[in-house]
Design a protein around this ligand. Structure first.
Ligand SMILES: *Cc1c(COP(=O)(O)O)cnc(C)c1O
Length: 393
């Protein structure tokens, strides 16, 4: 759980405690120092290795699945998944409890696909029983979209019960596993789903530039003709890749080279279980330390993810987030502003090439900064706590 040769960040290169882009290893960065021909056999072999390594992360259920990488940021992959697997006559139930669920709704509006929304606010996960109820009431729903870890609050949604409810109702589950894949198990023989997406710059610790979809091969075959977007058509991307070993359009070659190094490091660390354990330890060190300073987490312990944690801003009038951010940055740590609709908050990601020692250094820096800012207590306002109690407990 401690990274053997964790290098200190170079002068002027802070740790990115932002869940993508995030801090990558020196080896991942070095892999980008050469050029590759996208049609060349060497690069085609790299694409093959990438696809099979991603598939292997599904575990026992990988049979009957395939992996299709697609250019762009993670949102491009979410949009590609929705456009390709939901037929024009389909209807999607979006399980929404934060910004990424809302973004999926916006995508469906752009795509002109019928949808229903189960909105849980910022604090609560959609539960299996909620999903079963909505599906029983609306026979037109063909697909359910779940966000695995809702990165805007850090909530780890209960995917197992969502998948079970979706399967029991005979519908297909699509998963935005962007910030969870590679650190939280996602085995389709345990947690049935039709397709899931993630991207290069989250738990696999690569650099940004493409996303990827893992999907049932049968669903990829059936997706022909669904997408109204040429560049985001997963069936076409898959069919060309199967036939030629190449990406349809210019691939981000350097990003792929870096990603392969990240994938090999992921395996060497011990795969999904070990990656998840390091991140969980990062969270535990961070949350315990921040709580000692008086900070409170937005979420109750049950829903804290190993990916990112949201903290309420202290109520002390001397606290100012912009100042806090700048002073933390000066100490080598880039934090993440809050992305909540209501409460004043900020986030600290604990994924990337960081370990418990880095998290302890974050807590120590936060302690120093609070002293500098003359903040005597990091406790949040009673209003924030009351809201958490009203919505979350
Ligand atoms: C990061 C992320 C995305 C994709 O965001 P991009 O900025 O497009 O890469 C989508 N969903 C979730 C849950 C995420 O964490």
């Amino acid at each position: 759980m401690t990274l053997a040769a964790l290098p200190k960040p170079k002068l002027g290169e802070p740790y990115l405690l932002t869940p993508g882009p995030l801090t990558t290893s020196a080896e991942v960065k070095e892999a980008m120092l050469r050029d590759w021909g996208s049609w060349d056999g060497d690069f085609r072999a790299m694409t093959r290795e990438l696809r099979s390594r991603i598939l292997a992360m599904l575990g026992a259920g990988a049979d009957g699945f395939d992996c299709v990488p697609i250019q762009g940021s993670g949102t491009f992959a979410v949009e590609a998944m929705l456009a390709s697997f939901v037929p024009k006559t389909g209807k999607v139930l979006v399980l929404c409890n934060g910004a990424y669920g809302k973004r999926a709704v916006t995508i469906l509006e752009y795509l002109g696909r019928a949808h229903a929304v189960l909105d849980m606010g910022d604090y609560l996960p959609p539960r299996g029983a909620d999903v079963a109820r909505v599906l029983a009431e609306d026979a037109a729903i063909t697909h359910v979209l779940a966000v695995h870890c809702e990165t805007s609050s850090g909530i780890l949604n209960p995917l197992q019960e969502i998948a079970d409810a979706t399967q029991a109702a005979g519908r297909a589950l699509l998963v935005d596993s962007m910030s969870a894949f590679g650190a939280v198990p996602l085995d389709p023989s345990v947690t049935p789903f039709e397709a899931a997406v993630s991207s290069a710059n989250k738990c696999i610790e690569g650099v940004p530039g493409f996303g990827f979809v893992v999907a049932r091969t049968a669903a990829l075959e059936a997706a022909k003709g669904n997408s109204q977007s040429l560049s985001l058509d997963l069936h076409a991307q898959w069919a060309v890749m199967e036939q030629t070993g190449q990406w349809r359009f210019t691939p981000p070659t350097h990003v792929v080279a870096a990603f392969l190094v990240a994938l090999r490091a992921h395996e060497a660390e011990g795969g999904v279980a070990a990656r998840g354990a390091r991140y969980a330890n990062n969270r535990d060190v961070l949350v315990a330390g921040m709580r000692r300073l008086g900070f409170e987490t937005l979420l109750l312990d049950d829903w804290l993810s190993p990916i990112i944690t949201t903290f309420f801003c202290p109520a002390d009038p001397n606290f100012d987030f912009t100042q806090f951010y700048d002073r933390m940055k000066a100490r080598g740590f880039i934090l993440y502003p809050g992305k909540l609709t209501r409460a004043e908050s900020f986030r600290i990601g604990h994924i990337g090439h960081v370990d418990g020692a880095v998290m302890q250094a974050v807590v120590d820096a936060a302690s120093d900064v609070l002293t500098e800012m003359n903040v005597s207590s990091a406790a949040p306002s009673t209003a924030s706590l009351a809201e958490r109690q009203a919505h979350g407990e």
